[in-house]
Design a protein around this ligand. Structure first.
Ligand SMILES: NC(=O)c1ccc[n+]([C@@H]2O[C@H](COP(=O)([O-])OP(=O)(O)OC[C@H]3O[C@@H](n4cnc5c(N)ncnc54)[C@H](OP(=O)(O)O)[C@@H]3O)[C@@H](O)[C@H]2O)c1
Length: 337
């Protein structure tokens, strides 16, 4: 059994991107497993925009991480030893493992960990992406909030990311014309040439708003919003009467002191319905939705990519990659084979 654990502790709250020293690498002894506990080896860390929100000096849907604590992080781990009847050695689980190499799962935490089944043609890491939180977010945002009708126009921001790329493909499956917004020409090419988006617009080009207008000649019925700020405003200006905004995330504000605000007048003028949601609202339906996503993936109706950063010590830099657009598809850190 391992004796030394490496962990990243939150030492300082970042200003802007994470700076060296905001997360501090420490070595601690691996504690002995007590009754009701299990010890797990972390294999993958899921790198999620919400981690940057948890680092702020403010509570959100979860309390802020206290300084000096292990950085909160979702991930995939394998049980090494268990004194909890819910787990046995060799089980693979996903849950809030923390940014560390070994996690003790306490009896009270154990309900937050889900065992992942071995599924033919599906890699374990897919349970952090397409069949995990980001795929499920796309699924529920589209099917329960966006509720597209055939022939409607859907715009997705951060479209080449883990959530956006799946949301757009679900839009295609449900019969929409789908336009993605992303930050590089390569990402835009991936969206149109491989994922089947009808158009993709690089928001870093000066004329992107004109291109958005040209790609949405019948206006926009559904906006799957991941970014906020200027991008959300530009899409809002294209919305049709009674359009729906699936407010999934506002990443452009997560590294700033001020939130990513949008202008509200189109909501009144166009009688828009704006609905925020958290994927955890749908916990009871996760298995059913993951099964559907798995079928779409296996039958090639949904394609995905993973950006995998090798090495536990690179985890803090990986958080920044989300905000510089260095990932395509699901971003994760591989901690162990
Ligand atoms: N509501 C929920 O339950 C829930 C659950 C999961 C995720 N989310 C939200 O969904 C969104 C996507 O999350 P994800 O995990 O799938 O991450 P992701 O999309 O895989 O990665 C983030 C992407 O956002 C884009 N981006 C970053 N800063 C930007 C900015 N200032 N302006 C425009 N684009 C920017 C970057 O791509 P470009 O190269 O295109 O800029 C980057 O690759 C986030 O807002 C997240 O908070 C919500």
């Amino acid at each position: 059994m391992p004796t030394i654990n490496r962990q990243f502790l939150l030492q300082a709250r970042p200003v802007g991107l994470c700076a060296p020293g905001d997360l501090q690498l420490v070595e601690t002894p691996v504690p002995e497993v007590q009754d009701g506990q299990a010890l797990a080896r972390v294999k993958f860390l899921s790198i999620d925009p919400t981690m940057r929100v948890w680092m702020m000096d403010a509570d959100s849907y979860l309390p802020k991480i206290p300084l000096g604590n292990v950085m909160r992080c979702f991930g995939l781990a394998e049980i090494l030893e268990s004194r909890n009847p819910q787990f046995k050695a060799g089980d693979k689980v996903i849950g809030l493992v923390g940014m560390q190499e070994y996690a003790i799962i306490s009896a009270s935490d154990s309900r937050g960990f889900q065992k992942i089944p071995p599924v033919p043609f599906i890699s374990d890491s897919a349970f952090l992406g397409t069949l995990g939180i980001t795929g499920l977010t796309a699924y529920f945002g589209m099917t329960d909030i966006g509720k597209p009708e055939k022939g409607e126009t859907l715009v997705v921001s951060a479209a080449a990311g883990a959530t956006g790329s799946i949301a757009g493909q679900i839009g295609k499956i449900l019969g929409c014309t789908v336009v993605g917004i992303a930050g590089t020409d390569e990402k835009c090419q991936w969206l149109t040439e491989e994922l089947g988006f009808d158009a993709a617009i690089n928001y870093k080009h000066a004329d992107w708003k004109e291109k958005l207008a040209a790609a949405t000649p019948k206006g926009v019925d559904i906006n799957f919003e991941n970014v906020g700020g200027e991008i959300m405003n530009a899409v809002m200006d294209r919305m049709n009467l009674h359009g729906r905004i699936v407010l999934c995330g506002l990443i452009s504000g997560y590294t700033k002191n001020s939130p990513a605000l949008g202008h509200f007048s189109p909501i009144i003028v166009k009688r828009l319905r704006v609905q925020g949601f958290l994927v955890t609202d749908y916990l009871a339906k996760f298995t059913e939705a993951a099964t559907q996503l798995g079928k779409w993936k296996v039958f090639g109706k949904i394609k995905d990519r993973e950006t995998i950063v090798e090495g536990f010590e690179k985890a803090p830099e990986a958080i920044n990659m989300l905000f510089t657009g260095a990932n395509t598809g699901k971003l994760m850190v591989k901690v162990a084979d």
